[in-house]
Design a protein around this ligand. Structure first.
Ligand code: HEM
Length: 153
């Protein structure tokens, strides 16, 4: 197995782990366990940050992978990829806002933002894992090239 295979596998694992931690953290706060909620949500944020660091390093050092499956599926894949990228960006902004509200002890607002953040986070993880499966598992990955080229051809 080369770095080419390891990087996406590890970063996808961190996305999935992060969503699982958010689900656990949500359950904990419903049960009233505030301290455990805080710890698990911080772990979820660190896991998402690790994903981001790995993703960015890979983009810089190796590049992004273009679609390697059937040509007639490429447009659908790229639309789905763009949808995932938009979701992930929104999730990051909502995640930072939710964390900031918690640390400022504005818990009434945190609670409202937290629910939306958690749902967007789950959607990001599900679409992220789907992109990984489509790009690396169902079909052989295409060429590795710089991000802009991989997205816009
Ligand atoms: C990105 C990370 C976080 C997410 C996604 C998140 C999510 C949530 C959600 C969904 C709720 C509402 C649960 C419900 O009523 O259904 C909640 C409540 C709460 N969270 Fe977080 N949380 C995060 C981080 C934190 C942190 C770091 C702290 C502590 C500093 C914290 C403290 C609390 C408290 C005290 C409540 C209860 C508020 C109340 O009872 O009105 N959360 N959070």
């Amino acid at each position: 197995m080369s770095w080419y295979d390891i990087f996406p596998m590890v970063s996808t694992t961190f996305i999935a782990l992060s969503a699982i931690l958010v689900a656990i953290g949500w359950r904990l706060i419903i049960k009233g366990r505030r301290e455990a909620h805080q710890k698990v949500m911080i772990a979820a944020a660190i896991s998402a940050l690790l994903f981001f660091i790995i993703y960015v390093s890979r983009t810089i050092f190796i590049g992004n992978t273009s679609w390697g499956g059937p040509e007639d599926l490429e447009k659908i894949y790229l639309t789905f990829l763009l949808f995932h990228i938009v979701l992930a960006t929104v999730a990051a902004v909502f995640g930072i806002t939710t964390l900031t509200l918690a640390f400022r002890k504005n818990f009434a607002k945190h609670r409202r933002w937290g629910r939306v953040t958690a749902v967007i986070w789950f959607a990001t993880a599900i679409t992220g894992v789907t992109v990984y499966v489509l790009l690396y598992q169902m079909y052989p990955g295409g060429h590795t090239k710089p991000m802009i080229e991989a997205i816009f051809g």
